[in-house]
Design a protein around this ligand. Structure first.
Ligand code: FAD
Length: 468
């Protein structure tokens, strides 16, 4: 059976835009300008930063410069897992001590509720459902990793997690071959585009200037340079995540890693009855090349995973168009999880880029000497993390400009973390292709050979890539 429904959409930025409509694009910059803070990039990071800065210091003149339209990047394309994961926590425990990493984790737990609370207070209806995060193991090796992961999380003070055996898992959701699962309450499903569009509207209404269709070609101290003029400001904050490589001098800073998704047609009541999933948890697995999914508010499954992970020379995007082989692979995951959905139509496929630093650690930094700041490198966990990063950037700017002092956020261990750049091509391309080919082989072996140990291959790939 072909995976594509006739009339299915490939690209078009994302299913979420097909669902909610593409936005009217705001006016581009029309010449040189000045501001107190200029923010490059109108995703969650840039918009939350504008939001919190303007709320705390209404007198600030803040300008957001966005190359296409707000939410064009990962913030308008993601899986809608608003959850408490943060890339690099374990490394920060090694670098800055366990207590600091526990503080980071607690801040992330609070951030999930912060986003939900602020969205509600601002009247943004983003289809939020806080059902927690459910991660399912479908092979013995995954189950061993999941139990180890669960214990590891508990050791960070995550006492409210739960571990379920096969029967309890099936009571929640009927995933084929599930041997167990782990659940945390710190997660919610969201509609990514409703969130980012709502946020952009609120930020504009607060008096922040947003210029869209305005690509920044170069950032230097106190300057954001575009083809239409330069915006000068004491603070220039780079919030460009997976697109960072397109800025002058930033080609090897964060690797643009692809993630791809499909959305099914709405399922019938009978299909939902066969699957369960009444709790609408965000759903993931423990494969090395893992999957993530959500039950959408209109009754579809949106499911993602790694397709073609990286394109030579850090190329990023063509409005989310996705290779046929990736669509097939994601559909194969869908029907492996839910064999009853073998005949279900895939109505949309799309891709986006995330930012991966050389050590896979998310960061927030403000360089005091130059006024240049940045936040990102969230790898695959940026929906909530961007909000914590934004509040931290606010505190750093307020501290540096004499409006505030140190805060609990400026003391978090991911602040001011620096890491070396990625290798030049072709090493970068070879490394990432090799890593994901290895993960796929490891996953296949673990499915075929039900011994308990995780594949050694995957552990080697993790070490070489800097991931663990
Ligand atoms: C397919 C996919 C699924 C994902 N699923 C999840 C998930 O379920 N949960 C989760 O936590 N995370 C997920 N992520 C990651 C998450 O979406 C991102 O980490 C998060 O949205 C990053 O927000 P951001 O604002 O930093 O970056 P982005 O949303 O990418 O925003 C950057 C913005 O900057 C603009 N820009 C870039 N360069 C320039 C320039 N030179 N000049 C002007 N503007 C520029 C871009 O157009 C873009 O709008 C996913 C990512 C992808 C791609």
């Amino acid at each position: 059976m072909s995976s594509w429904a006739s009339g299915a959409v490939n690209g078009g930025v994302s299913f979420w835009y097909a669902d909610d409509g593409l936005p009217a694009v705001r006016e581009p910059l029309s010449g040189d300008a000045t501001a107190d803070v200029v923010i490059v990039g109108g995703g969650y990071t840039g918009l939350w930063t504008a939001y919190y800065l303007k709320k705390s210091s209404p007198f600030l003149r803040i300008t957001v410069l966005e190359q296409k339209f707000c939410g064009y990047g990962a913030s308008g394309r993601n899986g809608g897992w608003l959850y408490n994961g943060v890339a690099g926590r374990d490394r920060y425990a090694k670098l800055r001590g366990r207590e600091a990493a526990v503080r980071l984790q607690r801040a992330m737990n609070d951030t999930v509720d912060e986003v939900i609370t602020v969205a509600a207070a601002e009247g943004i209806d983003a289809d939020v459902h806080k059902g927690g995060v459910l991660e399912v193991a479908t092979t013995p090796a995954q189950w061993a990793r999941l139990r180890a992961f669960h214990e590891h999380e508990v050791s960070y003070g995550e006492q409210d997690r739960e571990l379920f055996g096969a029967r309890e898992t099936a009571e929640r959701i009927r995933v084929a071959y599930a041997v167990g699962s782990a659940w945390t309450p710190h997660g919610a499903r969201v509609h990514p585009v409703k969130l980012v569009k709502g946020l952009a509207a609120i930020v504009a209404a607060l008096g922040v200037t947003i210029h869209e269709s305005t690509p920044v070609t170069q950032i230097r101290p106190k300057h954001a340079v575009t083809p239409y003029g330069t915006v000068r400001a004491p603070y220039v904050l780079r919030c460009t995540e997976g697109f960072t490589a397109s800025l002058k001098g930033q080609r090897r800073t964060w690797l643009p890693m692809n993630s791809s998704m499909i959305a099914t047609e709405p399922l019938t009541e009978a299909q939902w009855a066969a699957i369960g999933w009444a709790g609408r948890e965000t759903l993931g697995d423990m494969a090395h090349a893992y999957m993530y999914a959500q039950r959408t508010a209109d009754g579809r499954i949106a499911l993602g995973g790694r397709g073609v992970p990286y394109r030579f020379g850090s190329r990023t995007d063509n409005d989310g168009r996705t290779q046929a082989a990736t669509v097939e692979a994601l559909r194969e995951v869908l029907t492996r999880f839910f064999p009853a959905l073998a005949g279900v139509r895939v109505e949309h496929a799309w891709s986006g880029v995330l930012g991966v630093p050389r050590d896979w650690c998310a960061t927030v930094t403000l360089d005091r000497g130059t006024g240049l700041g940045w936040a990102g490198g969230y790898v695959g966990s940026g929906v909530a993390t961007a909000n914590l990063a934004a509040r931290t950037l606010r505190d750093l700017v307020r501290q540096d400009s004499g409006q505030g002092g140190r805060t609990a956020l400026t003391d978090l261990p991911w602040v001011d973390h620096r890491v070396r750049k990625w290798e030049p091509e072709p090493l970068r391309w070879l490394g990432v292709q090799g890593m994901y080919a290895t993960y796929r082989t490891a996953d296949r072996r673990e499915r075929l050979r039900p011994d308990l140990r995780s594949s050694r291959l995957a552990r080697v790939a993790d070490r070489v890539s800097g991931r663990h």
